[in-house]
Design a protein around this ligand. Sequence first.
Ligand code: IMP
Ligand code: MG
Length: 189
Amino acid sequence: MKTMIAENVGKYSGQILEELITAKQIQTRIGELGRKISADYVGKTPIVIGVLNGSIIFMADLIRQLSTACEIDFIKITSYYGDVKSSGTVRLLKDISCMITQRDVIVVEDIIDSGLTAKFIRQRLLESEPSSVAFATLLLKPEMIDLPFEVDYAGFEIPNRFVVGYGLDLDQKMRNLPSIWAFPEGMEV
Ligand code: IMP
Ligand code: MG
């Protein structure tokens, strides 16, 4: 297992990170997801909506694996969590700019943790009466998730550890790492 030492992340600097998913494993899995999505949307032109900021790298790679036509747009939200992760509040920072009424929508997230973000986005999008809403996420924490609907496309299920890289951040940093790295088990962020 490859390791590295975290830098420039305040009190978390000096922590030892373990590489959880390699860049090659990510690309292989995105190829599979792309084929699955392409098969499910034959003859359709879905609008792929990336959740800023974390999804940008996954989204860029995923849409290039689609053989169906697609359009893209973005939404940005922020969440504040209380003691219980799933009981936080979510606020819209940037809404979508396109019309999704009677369109097929695929929301792309970097990670679904408690599911609060996904729940909020789904409610917002359903207000505009799209034909369908699906969710694609690179990572999923099955121990934490509390969702009243299925996640349609999930790249990897991971343990309940804080991860960074490939779009995911700690305090806005480390998004540019090409693979997924995990902070030590039990570390609260
Ligand atoms: P939620 O709990 O499913 O609403 O996840 C909300 C957001 O928290 C995600 O979109 C990520 O931006 C962030 N997040 C959750 N877990 C992690 C992690 O392990 N690393 C980095 N960001 C995370
Ligand atoms: Mg974040």
